[in-house]
Each structure stands twice: as C-alpha cells, then as structure tokens.
Design a protein around this ligand. Structure first.
Ligand code: PLP
Length: 429
C-alpha cells in the first residue's frame, strides 16, 4: 500500500485511518474472505499436481471416475444448433418467453400450478435466489433456512443488506426437525412484516437430505400457520432436482396444498440438470393465484434483471429451451443424465455401505452430490483429513463430502480418513 505523495490525505485524517490507499473500498468490502470451498479445492489441486496422492472431495461438480468433468453430449449438440445471429443478440430482459414456459412446464407439467406461474431468467439458481431475497425481503429482514446450508445464502443476504436466521435441521433421530422449523418460523413471523423461507431439497447441499412426504407435510402445516400472521414466501432451491431418489416432481402435490396460502418461489437451474454449470442458465419461478399480483411480481423480477445482468446468456437459454421442448433432444439428455445418476448412485451406495459399517453418523442419504458426516468439530476433522491427503469441506458440526467428485475406488480411503478425522476431533473436543 502506497502512502499518498502529498502526505496524510484529508479523507484519511477525517476518518482517522492510516496513510494508505485503502480508502477506495468501502469498509465492508475491504476484508472480504475468499470462498472457502474454492480455497480448499485449489490447495488439493496444487498438492495433487505436485505428485501427492490426494482425494479431493470438495468440488461441487459431477466428475467421471477419471476426474474429468462429466458432460452431456446432447447439450452441446443443442448449443451448436443455436443460430449465431440469435445467440449474439440480447435476450429479452426477463428472458425468452419460450424458455420461461419450458421451465414452468418442466416443473409443473400441465398441473394447476403451471397456470399460476410467472418467471424470469436468472444466472443459475444463484441468480434466482438473489432475486428472491431482494424482492421478497426488505433490507434488514432475515430469511429463514436450515442451520446446515449452502454458504452463498449468507453471502447473498449480507451483500444485499438482508440477514439469515436458521432453525435446527435435524432432530435427535436424524430426521428433518419439523417442530424446530415451525417454532422458528412462527418466531420470525412475530417479529417481521413478512417471511421468506428457503429450503433446498432434494439432495440438500451440504447434507444430502431430501424431504420426504412426512417432512413436506410438516412444512406445509407450519407455513400455513405462519401465513395466518404475515405473508409467507416459500422458496424451494431445486438445484439438484434430478439427482434425488424419487420423482423430481414428488414435491409438487405438497406445494399445491400451499396455493393461495403462501407465495411459492422455485429456483430452477440448468447447472446440474444439464451438467452445464458455466452457461449460467436458470430461472426464478413464482406461483400466485392472483393475475394482478403475478403481473407485479413479473415486473419486479424484470427490474432486478435489469439492475444486475440486464439479460442472461442468450445462447444458453435457447439451447436449454430446445433441450426441454424438443422430443429427441430431451430424450437424449434424459438418457445421458440417467447415466450420470447411475454413476453417482454407485458412489452413494459404496459410501452408505462403508460409512454405516464404520459407524459414521450422517443423515439419510439416497442420492445427490454431497453428504455431511457429523463430527464434534468440522474444522478439526477436515484439518486431520487434509494431513492424510483427503479434502472435505468443514460444515459446522460436520464435514461435507462431495461424492460427485469421488470415484468408487476412492471411497474406502475416504471412509478411513473420515473415521480418523472424526476420532481426532472427538479427542480434541
Ligand atoms: N443452491 C445450491 C444448494 C447449490 O449447491 C448451488 C450450486 O452449487 C446453487 C444453488 C447454485 O447453482 P447455480 O447458480 O450454478 O445454478
């Protein structure tokens, strides 16, 4: 940092700061941390390149057993078929209408929610969550989500002047804690003028848990009670929709029970659905029975698009529309995704067999990119595992294990390191 040539600058003097050029960044931005997952992933990659034998179970993309990113060839056929002059043009601000219609159909088919939906294209589910936070919470208000959660929920909330409050996700038996959810929800509803609930299911990141019918019934009951007090928006982060053990539309009948009670928001993304993480194609879908309110929501979302990215990746949107709507392309993508699901399923089965045999504690895990293994101290467990050349991500009183990037052959070493990491954390706790 360079001292200013003219000595102590007036602004530094005024605010009592040192003679440095620190002043350009506002204080809040001056000490932003790096993304912890990317930092760990980079360290694991560096050690592996230097010749060490490393198991890197940090990265959140599905890889083949040889470590290459798993891709779906039909997706690239669809991308290659996008006419250049359309790809090069700006998309409409809120997204191509056929894309938005295709996403709504993908979510709800021809069911009743499809006719009550309004949507905007977003930069992946991340963009959808951003738009949910800035439009359905006022600055200073908190969203409510699970204690185990994807870190960027906090980043988005803090970056936009909102907050995060959490409830205990699991009860003593390791099931979704519906009672803790209801208590926290009613508590927030008593303190705020509105509530935004954010739930990630199926295949919750970082725990792997998918809400089952009983869990969903508890959610619907609690939301119904809170909605008697204040307007409630229930946002479902469907990032891993196609990697759960049950039908991707398994949750829809439960959501139908909330129609007219709460606003339903869905974060949809092509990132995992089409193994197309970098294209940044997604959507926020809002379901409301009132056409005027839908119109207002549509304009609000469009305004947020303009204020962030103006419009999203046009080529990606056009290709994904074709993948969702063209029968042959859709069938090809479904087949290719099914292969990826099976690849992941083998890893999940290998993990479940070895982890339960080893007595590791983790939630019900039936599919999905990640699972969280409980431990007295996630940081200590991950640290000990790194000494053994195995990288996982600390997640509170647990560590997140990315089976999406761990081949079956590496599972035994992963389990051995987990056992040792949990033991080390227990003995230092
Ligand atoms: N939600 C969860 C729980 C995630 O794990 C991710 C990505 O890792 C996202 C949302 C956002 O993904 P994208 O913005 O690529 O759609």
């Amino acid at each position: 940092m360079l001292p200013r040539p003219d000595g102590r600058p007036a602004l530094c003097r005024r605010f009592g700061l040192h003679d440095t050029v620190k002043m350009h960044l506002i204080p809040e931005s001056a000490s932003r941390p790096g993304d912890p997952i990317y930092v760990l992933n980079a360290e694991a990659t560096r050690r592996a390149r230097a010749g060490e034998s490393i198991v890197n179970a940090t990265a959140g993309s599905l890889t083949e057993d040889d470590g290459r990113l798993a891709i779906m060839p039909t997706v690239f056929e669809a991308l290659a078929a996008v006419p250049p002059e359309r790809a090069a043009a700006y998309a409409p601000i809120a997204g191509e209408p056929p894309f938005l219609e295709a996403v709504v159909r993908d979510l709800f088919g021809s069911g009743p929610l499809a006719t009550r939906a309004v949507a905007a294209a977003t930069a992946g589910a991340t963009g959808a969550l951003h738009h949910a936070v800035v439009n359905f919470l006022e600055p200073g208000e908190a969203l409510l989500t699970t204690d185990y959660r994807w870190g960027p929920y906090d980043t988005i909330a803090h970056h936009t002047g909102r907050r995060v409050e959490t409830f205990r996700m699991f009860d003593a038996a390791g099931r979704f804690d519906g009672a803790a959810f209801e208590e926290a929800l009613l508590d927030v509803a008593a303190r705020q003028r509105r509530v935004l609930v954010l739930l990630n299911t199926p295949c919750h990141n970082p725990t792997g848990y998918s809400l089952d019918d009983e869990d969903w019934q508890a959610v619907v009951r609690a939301v119904g009670r809170a909605a008697e007090l204040v307007p409630v928006s229930l946002a479902i982060d469907l990032a891993y929709a196609h990697f759960g053990a049950s039908d991707p539309r398994h949750w829809v009948p439960h959501a139908e029970a909330l129609a007219g009670v709460a606003l339903l928001l869905v974060a949809w993304t092509a990132s995992k659905t089409f193994a197309l993480y970098g294209a940044r194609v997604g959507a926020l879908v809002a379901v409301h029975p009132d056409a005027d309110e839908r119109e207002r929501i549509g304009r609000a979302l469009s305004y947020s698009c303009r204020a962030t990215w103006t419009n999203c990746n046009h080529a990606g949107m056009l290709a994904v529309t074709a993948l969702l709507e063209d029968e042959r392309l859709r069938a090809g993508a479904d087949r290719e995704r099914e292969r990826l699901r099976r690849l992941l399923g083998e890893r999940v089965a290998a993990f479940n067999a070895a982890a339960s045999h080893a007595g590791l504690r983790y939630p019900r895990y039936e599919g999905g990119f990640f699972v969280t293994v409980f431990t007295p101290d996630g940081e200590a467990t991950a640290r000990r595992m790194r000494e053994l050349g195995v990288y996982v991500v600390p997640a509170g009183r647990g560590v997140r294990v990315a089976l999406c990037s761990t081949p079956v052959a590496r599972v035994p070493r992963l389990i051995d390191a987990l056992i040792e990491g949990v033991r080390a954390a227990g003995s230092s706790a």
